[in-house]
Design a protein around this ligand. Structure first.
Ligand code: AFP
Length: 335
């Protein structure tokens, strides 16, 4: 590791110095999240060698079949965080109710909400997956109830994700821009490699699951039809398409080269306003995307402004390059 490289530890400590009333609790919490993600990275990288692939033959609160790694990674996150004295409680995609801090541990002033393994349907085919987390402040000295978690995305103090891809990367914001860190596997440290990430405002790349096309609402149909029409259509230029089926991979691509991601409201199941979950997928990604100069919307409302009504609430999610998302919003307004 050359001496001009900035480690995540140094980066966080230097940020903490900028906060006169910082107690170091947040720094410890973030360090514990990162330690958990390094452990998850190892398990993901070992894959079939340690028998962690395949189905766990169980369902999560979402009614989705859990992969073995969904459960393993959830347990890694909980065990890495519950003892730290920095948390009042946690919420996980894999667990129905808020996770209480065991009585033998002190409670703290933060709440963490996470998807321990986003994109897990990709794990058995060795495609990129990730961990997404969101950090809120918590009223101290209380046993947090569900209501304490249901805070708007604008109240997040931190959001990040770790991408388990060809390299393991951490993308992080605390409200002062977005920075990317690459895990140096030899040293076991995340190194600052992508300073102040900014999303290009223009783009010619969209990401959507086209197999749901017959269920889309008119504004989304119109936007995608125009992209597909390319230079022969109203956009007058050709577009490219990607669909990794892993939100973390799509967002990281968009942070690097722009683009737009859509998992819109579809008419398949009217009881489900979307597929992605607000509290531990849409909100943290919206914080990151906006901090990088992009936009994040349901098509009709800014994601970060939504008042949550349940921890596992689903929402339509459209995010990415400012000019493209503004166009999609305009199409919804004209609908
Ligand atoms: P899984 O974690 O169940 O694989 O879902 C991943 C995800 O929530 C998100 O990461 C993807 O963008 C989206 O679902 C993919 O959904 P489809 O499988 O319907 O394309």
């Amino acid at each position: 590791m050359s001496n001009q490289q900035v480690t995540l530890t140094q980066f966080i400590i230097e940020q903490q110095r900028g906060l006169p009333d910082a107690s170091g609790t947040f720094t410890l919490l973030l360090n514990n999240i990162v330690t958990a993600c390094k452990q998850i990275s190892h398990r993901v990288n070992c894959g079939a060698l340690i028998g962690v692939l395949g189905s766990a033959e169980s369902e999560n609160v979402q009614g989705e079949v859990q992969k073995k790694l969904d459960i393993i990674t959830n347990d890694i996150m909980v065990k890495a965080l519950d003892w730290s004295g920095s948390l009042g409680g946690m919420a996980s995609e894999e667990i129905n109710d808020p996770i209480k801090i065991p009585k033998q541990y002190p409670k703290g002033k933060y709440l963490v909400l996470f998807d321990p393994l986003d994109g897990s349907s990709n794990i058995d085919i060795n495609m990129t997956v990730g961990t997404i987390f969101s950090i809120l402040r918590c009223r101290e000295g209380i046993e947090p109830e569900t209501e304490d978690f249901l805070r708007r995305g604008t109240e997040q103090v931190c959001a990040g994700f770790v991408l388990y891809g060809p390299s393991t990367m951490l993308v992080l914001t605390t409200g002062n821009g977005v920075n990317g860190f690459t895990l140096d596997q030899d040293v076991g440290e995340f190194i600052l490699t992508h300073c102040n990430m900014k999303i290009p405002e223009e783009s010619s790349e969209f990401a959507i699951n086209m197999s749901n096309q017959r269920f889309w609402e008119p504004p989304v149909k119109r936007y995608i039809d125009e992209c597909v029409a390319g230079e022969d259509g109203p956009r007058g230029k050709n577009f490219n398409m990607r669909w990794v089926a892993s939100l973390v991979a799509e967002v990281y691509r968009i942070l690097n080269r722009g683009g737009v991601f859509l998992y819109p409201h579809d008419l398949r199941d009217p009881s489900k306003p979307g597929k992605l979950r607000l509290m531990y997928e849409a909100n943290p990604m919206a914080f990151i995307i906006e901090q990088a100069g992009g936009l994040c919307t349901t098509g009709r409302e800014r994601i970060l402004d939504l008042k949550p009504n349940s921890i596992h609430q689903r929402v339509p999610l459209i995010l990415g390059s400012k000019n493209e998302v503004e166009r999609i919003i305009a199409y919804h307004q004209q609908d």
